[in-house]
Design a protein around this ligand. Structure first.
Ligand code: UDP
Length: 259
């Protein structure tokens, strides 16, 4: 096999939840939405779904707005309002991703826990499961529907109730590091971590609420670099890229072939 091409191995996960931060919709260092970036991420997601993996995607909104950031240092906009605005931002990203996926032949549903019938379906767990069972990609926007948490928490919550095998946390670095690898050249990447270690060392995997929920519910997480073309497929095929976060061992991990 061409070492640069994604793995042809059968998927080791049957149902996955992919958490895409808002930054994956923008060019590096920029805000807003860049159509090329959206197309790239949609291409990768589509290939995973075509291999028969049931795919739920939770989208963030930090490329547009974060409630806590907006409210900081002002009382003009209430913090709760800022968080609702942040949830609206995730819907904007969700709409973009939906078009990109549908444009390449994937059937999708955009679902939100805040009613907005003209643009999205209400999030109903049983309906979400039914979409997954017929191969539709579900895009979950507007987080949990409640302020003061993030879409990481939404990912953990939906991951649990949709009984996914794994949360795939897409980032622009190759996994979880001992320090910020974009600032510290001596930072080392962890191959695997247990939840205690993540909490004890305050490692940047997902926010604290999400980590607590994943730990309590024994939901494993893989933190990996979505910027390397084909990495979502590689992770789903069981290649040992990124950082595995769980109290259990990684299933059938095979050596990384590239990236
Ligand atoms: N948000 C919220 N409740 C949720 C999910 C998100 O209030 O359940 C708001 C919160 O203000 C958050 C913003 O939406 O900052 C955008 O989501 P997030 O910061 O998680 O986006 P990401 O960092 O993944 O781009």
């Amino acid at each position: 096999m061409d070492p640069a091409s994604p793995s042809d191995e059968p998927p080791v996960f049957r149902r996955v939840l992919l958490k895409l931060s808002g930054e994956s919709f923008a060019r590096p260092g920029e805000g807003g939405i860049n159509a090329e970036e959206v197309r790239r991420i949609a291409d990768q997601a589509a290939r995973v779904a075509r291999r028969g993996v049931e795919l739920a995607i939770v989208v963030g909104g930090g490329n547009i707005l974060r409630g806590a950031t907006l409210a900081r240092g002002t009382d003009v906009i209430k913090e709760a309002t800022g968080h609702y605005m942040g949830m609206m931002a995730t819907v904007i990203n969700g709409l973009a991703l939906q078009d990109a996926l549908e444009g390449i032949g994937c059937e999708t549903r955009l679902m939100t826990p805040i009613r907005m019938d003209e643009v999205a379906e209400p999030y109903i767990r049983r309906r979400a499961l039914s979409h997954l069972s017929v191969g539709r990609i579900i895009i979950l926007a507007a987080g949990t529907g409640s302020p003061f948490v993030t879409t990481d928490t939404a990912a953990a919550l939906r991951g649990k109730e949709l009984e996914v095998d794994i949360i795939l946390k897409a980032t622009r670095v190759d996994g979880v590091y001992s320090a910020d690898p974009e600032k510290n050249p001596h930072a080392v990447r962890y191959e695997a971590l247990n939840f205690d270690q993540v909490v004890r060392e305050d490692l940047k995997v997902m926010d604290g609420a999400a980590i607590g929920m994943c730990r309590d519910n024994r939901l494993p997480i893989i933190v990996f670099n979505y910027k390397r073309e084909g990495n979502i497929e590689r992770v789903v095929a069981g290649e040992s890229i990124g950082t595995w976060v769980s109290d259990k061992a990684r299933p059938a991990a095979r050596p990384a072939e590239a990236g």
